[in-house]
Write a protein that binds this ligand. Structure first.
Ligand code: NAP
Length: 682
């Protein structure tokens, strides 16, 4: 069976017989792979002209809904993904990380898109900048989708997660993807893409797949395309230097090799929960995916005084790992993803062994469960010990991408920091310590060299997601050797596929472009109270201006008595005067906000369903007894909540005193019924 290439909304076979792909477990032939003869330039054009156009018609929320539907569909088909995943050498729990982990990443991006991004086509970056004294010239940074394709080149170790963690943010941004999985495990990616396409959920042109080489794809790149690459540093460097990438300034995100460290704190001596947690964490990272995780622990940095205890404890734990056929329930660790990968690990281990002593495992025969060592790409968990890590090079530079890790002793915190930094940039480091001051010192010492740091102690270990798990909420990437890239991180990951533009103009112009009202833009006072309008009827800029109301000393006393807030500034004239902010007793801030609500609320049953909070509340001028207040409420932003029957309306609220000084400013958040919902209940 030849793996398909999905190009221009069609499944196409590449020319020729292709390269054979075999099972990592028993050498059974699985498929062959070739993309020869595919028109890569036409694929790019299709992504730009058809996929991008289709995706950009949708709002962020609609794209979020699409991701959710897709994730649900993939969940329904996960059994077949699990079945095929075994051939990559993955145990059930390895496959869970790849398959369920990938699909849940899609769910998280769907949810973040609908909660943290507007139901719109433009994403506003921060508040407006007021650039002039009269406020008639303002600016706003906005993000819009790039008009090219997202080229996703993935590594072999996570054929599902590796694809989905890149695909979800790209689609949410409104950018079509061309996916190129690593050849050795592309059969699993292809199966998942087949299911995605047959779901009918994705608009035409939004996803294409290359199974095989990328041919002349790079020759057709332009400045609107983005490349997200995961793999080895050598390949990344070669691709980053492609003349077209350079001349077109194509955005290039690289996730490459990483000599991740785990540091045992000096407090975590044998007998402490942290020592045991450390042994567990390291063992787990070596066993999971047979150590073929970009985030796996490669360097075990531990106090010199405990390294012999540590080597003993780790060797015992590693000796208990049952290796063999990943389909067997009795197996903890399967095979490496390909026979070529095992050859690679053997070579890298030989390099490491020139500087460090193998204290457990090694490249030798060992017992397997339900598997044949001559057919599968199995490798024993291997622990090395390097006595003089500060004088060594290979242990900080050579990545054996398998179940291989080296113990590096340190004598002081400064030395531990130095060792961690010798990795020259990593995706992740972990610190296992119950001493928070030590944790701070280590974090501040190594953070600049890392994309993520996890601190584990007895208090969080039970719920910790572990050293090696990148999460869609958090950034994944790292400086230097790790590629200098950054992916995921919630909305941050979506913005990699978008262009940030600073827009300058009048408040009305900038408000219209961003669909968010800015002070100084037009205010429209409608004939009816704004609370009598449905979600659709309310327009950005719709304004309510209240009557004014005096605040008396009785009001302040009453509020203090009623709420129990008898802070001296409200109750004691002399004490209040001693405070640099006040000239005497002042109204409570919450009294001001409550009176303001009393002034703007329209009390009768109406389309406004609920007040669900205020944002950015600031009290700017104290309100003394005898002063009066009034409030202006202007519709700032509207966000329809899918098919719920309501949407969020954000109001700009400004409370002023009798001299038009601003007393308080804040956003009021309301949920307002849609026309349809309002008709059904009124
Ligand atoms: P690789 O050889 O660099 O391959 C990575 C990807 O690049 C594969 O899809 C590969 O496709 C493709 N590729 C190779 N040459 C190419 C070319 N000339 N043009 C376009 N694409 C090309 O890396 P690997 O050996 O598969 O992966 C292992 C490495 O990945 C390890 O070093 C590991 O640290 C790193 N990794 C990093 C992360 C991370 O997030 N930082 C995650 C996983 C793995 P073919 O397979 O078809 O050659």
């Amino acid at each position: 069976m030849k793996l398909g290439n999905y190009a221009r909304d069609e499944w196409l076979d590449g020319d020729g017989d292709g390269r054979p792909l075999i099972s990592a477990v028993d050498s059974r032939p699985l498929a062959s792979i070739t993309s020869d003869g595919i028109d890569f330039g036409a694929m790019l054009a299709h992504a730009r002209e058809v996929g991008g156009r289709n995706l950009r018609r949708l709002t962020f929320h609609e794209r979020g809904d699409m991701l959710k539907a897709l994730a649900k569909y993939l969940m329904e088909h996960k059994k077949e993904f699990y079945a095929l995943s075994t051939a990559t050498g993955a145990t059930r729990s390895d496959s869970w990380i790849d398959i369920d982990g990938g699909i849940s990443t899609m769910f998280v991006f769907s949810s973040k898109g609908r909660r943290e991004m507007p139901n719109d086509h433009v994403y506003l970056d921060g508040p407006p900048e007021i650039l002039s004294t009269k406020g008639t010239f303002v600016a706003q940074h906005i993000f819009t989708p790039k008009l090219g394709a997202a080229i996703h080149i993935n590594a072999f170790n996570f054929p599902c997660w590796g694809m989905l963690e890149k695909l979800a943010p790209a689609l949410l941004a409104g950018v079509p993807a061309i996916i190129k999985p690593a050849s050795s495990t592309a059969y699993l990616t292809e199966l998942m893409v087949k299911r995605m396409i047959e779901s009918g959920i994705l608009p035409a042109g939004s996803v294409q797949l290359i199974c095989g080489g990328v041919g002349d794809l790079f020759e057709h790149l332009n400045c609107q395309d983005t490349i997200a690459f995961t793999g080895s540093k050598n390949t990344a460097e070669m691709l980053q230097q492609h003349p077209r990438v350079i001349s077109e300034s194509v955005a290039f995100t690289a996730e490459t090799d990483s000599l991740n460290a785990s540091i045992l704190g000096p407090d975590a001596v044998p007998g402490t929960p942290e020592f045991d947690l450390f042994v567990k964490e390291v063992t787990n990272e070596m066993k999971t995916k047979a150590g073929q995780k970009c985030t796996a622990i490669r360097r075990i940095i531990a106090p010199a005084s405990v390294t012999s205890d540590l080597v003993r404890a780790l060797s015992t734990a590693l000796g208990e790992i049952r290796i063999g056929n990943p389909a067997s329930k009795d197996v903890d660790m399967g095979a490496l993803a390909s026979h070529g990968q095992r050859d690679e690990v053997r070579e890298r281990l030989a390099e490491l062994a020139t500087e460090a002593e193998i204290v457990h495992g090694g490249d030798k025969d060992f017992d397997l469960i339900d598997a044949d060592s001559s057919k599968g790409a199995f490798f024993m968990p291997t622990l090395l010990h390097c006595e003089k890590p500060l004088q060594s090079k290979a242990v900080h530079a050579v990545e054996a991408f398998g179940p291989v890790s080296t113990v590096l002793p340190y004598d002081s915190i400064d030395e531990a920091i130095e060792l961690a930094k010798l990795g020259e940039g990593s995706l992740v480091a972990s610190i296992i310590s119950n001493d928070n001051e030590v944790a701070r010192e280590l974090v501040l010492g190594i953070a600049a060299y890392h994309g993520r740091i996890i601190v584990i102690n007895r208090h969080c270990a039970g719920e910790s997601t572990g050293h090696g798990s990148p999460l869609p909420h958090l950034i994944h990437g790292g400086p230097g050797r790790a590629g200098g890239g950054e992916e995921m991180g919630g909305v941050r990951g979506v913005l990699h596929y978008m262009q940030r533009t600073a827009i300058q103009g009048s408040p009305e112009t900038v408000s219209t472009i961003g669909h968010r009202w800015i002070r100084g833009a037009d205010q429209n006072v409608p004939d009816v109270h704004v609370f009598r309008k449905t979600f659709e009827q309310i327009q950005i800029g719709d304004t309510f201006k209240s009557e004014s109301r005096e605040v008396s000393l009785d009001d302040i006393d009453h509020f203090a008595e009623f709420t129990g807030d008898k802070f001296y500034a409200h109750m004691d004239e002399d004490a209040a005067k001693k405070n640099p902010f006040f000239e005497g007793r002042v109204a409570h801030g919450y009294l001001i906000v409550s009176f303001a609500a009393g002034l703007f609320v329209d009390p009768d049953f109406g389309p406004v369903l609920a007040n669900y909070g205020v944002d950015d509340l600031r009290f700017l001028t104290p309100l003394n007894h005898g002063d009066s207040l009034r409030v202006r409420l202007t519709c700032k932003q509207k966000t329809l909540r899918g098919d719920s029957g309501y949407g969020e309306v954000r109001w700009d609220a400004e409370v002023t005193n009798q001299d038009d000084e601003i007393v308080a400013r804040y956003d009021v958040l309301t949920m307002v019924a849609t026309d349809e919902h309002w008709k059904s209940v009124s």
